[in-house]
Design a protein around this ligand. Structure first.
Ligand SMILES: Nc1ncnc2c1ncn2[C@@H]1O[C@H](COP(=O)(O)OP(=O)(O)OP(=O)(O)O)[C@@H](O)[C@H]1O
Ligand SMILES: N[C@@H](CCO)C(=O)O
Length: 322
């Protein structure tokens, strides 16, 4: 369960009162999510999501993340706008047990995430992702990818010698890393990318995308890499063993209805999909080995993304042929 920090009832009421959203009616901790603490807040005027940013989110990045949400929402993308407080601030700082924690209130969006996505849903998410990429071209702020090739090496170094505590097959990761980093393509068309568009970060309602959420890995980067992340996240069974070509094709087709890929982007997809799988195998392995025993969170299995990495490495360009 992802509520790492308690907020007392009186403190919650005072916090909500600092926004012009009506008086607090209820606040319930949300079980989903691993990075931050989230509450579904109901006030006399509606529903909102309150997020408290935990260790993985750098407060210095919040103006970028929250500004991006406001930029995309204003451009008509299905993302939650932020609710600014009565002083105009997009986030506040609370003192919790002597530590400062940033909190933000954002719009609640309706919809449900797909447990087992369909091709029609993958098509819709592809179109929505392309819409974000095009709209974000006009977003002025910049952020480098903290989970990009430089970070892979740090995660791998930290896990060195401990792969077999998870699964002995993972000890092949350093070789994959060296190969993929050497092939990382330069000069692909770039925008702000979501970089974590898993099914649990997409809300769907009546066959359309009603919400894209959790932009806390968003950064400048190759748009085709974002498409590759989404391909890896959407087109397999949960174990990452069975690839569903209908889902992958629908995602790419949906994307291209809004933003056709350049030839260089399509050619790069096989290595970008391996890179995407490697990124999640690495961060999951790091979390697996470093999650404190008292954390109220379910660890995610890195092998599910190692399987995808091996699949993409085996399959080459065939998976991404037009
Ligand atoms: N704007 C929103 N509207 C409706 N529900 C939301 C919204 N934002 C978050 N949620 C709900 O809260 C849950 C957790 O949010 P989120 O995915 O942002 O958390 P996280 O801890 O940052 O996630 P992750 O595990 O991907 O790092 C979502 O699965 C969704 O149920
Ligand atoms: N979506 C990520 C977790 C948050 O980045 C994963 O499934 O590993």
């Amino acid at each position: 369960m992802a509520v790492y920090t308690r907020i007392g009832a009186e403190e919650m009421a005072a916090l909500i009162d600092s926004f012009d959203v009506g008086a607090l009616v209820s606040a319930k901790g949300i079980a989903e999510g691993v990075s931050n603490s989230n509450w579904l807040v109901e006030t006399q005027r509606g529903r909102f999501i309150l997020t408290m940013y935990e260790e993985r989110t750098d407060v210095a990045d919040l103006p970028f993340f929250l500004g991006l949400l406001d930029h995309l929402a204003a451009a008509g993308c299905p993302v939650p706008a932020t609710i600014h407080d009565r002083t105009g601030a997009a986030f506040q700082t609370l003192s919790c047990k002597g530590r400062d924690k940033a909190v933000a209130l954002i719009e609640f969006l309706p919809g449900v995430s797909a447990d087992r996505p369909t091709a029609a849903q993958a098509h819709a998410v592809g179109s929505a992702l392309a819409g974000v990429h095009l709209s974000a071209l006009a977003f002025a702020m910049r952020r480098t990818d903290a989970m990009g090739p430089a970070a892979w090496l740090r995660f791998a170094t930290s896990c060195a010698g401990r792969w077999q505590e998870i699964d002995a097959r993972l000890s092949a990761i350093p070789d994959h890393l060296a190969r993929i980093a050497a092939q990382w393509p330069a000069d692909l068309p770039s925008s702000v990318i979501h970089a974590d568009l898993f099914p649990d970060n997409v809300l769907l309602l009546d066959g359309r995308v009603s919400g894209l959420i959790d932009f806390y890995f968003a950064c400048n980067g190759p748009m085709a890499y974002d498409l590759a992340v989404t391909h890896a996240a959407w087109s397999f069974d949960s174990q990452g063993r069975a690839f569903d070509a209908a889902l992958g094709d629908a995602l790419l087709n949906g994307y291209e209805t809004v933003r056709p890929l350049a030839a260089s982007e399509r050619a790069a997809l096989p290595v970008l999909a391996q890179a995407a799988s490697l990124r999640f195998a690495l961060t999951r392995a790091y979390d697996w080995l470093n999650t404190p025993p008292d954390a109220l969170v379910t660890r995610k299995n890195p092998v599910e993304f190692f399987n995808r990495l091996e699949f993409y490495a085996r399959s080459g360009a065939a998976v991404f042929a037009p």
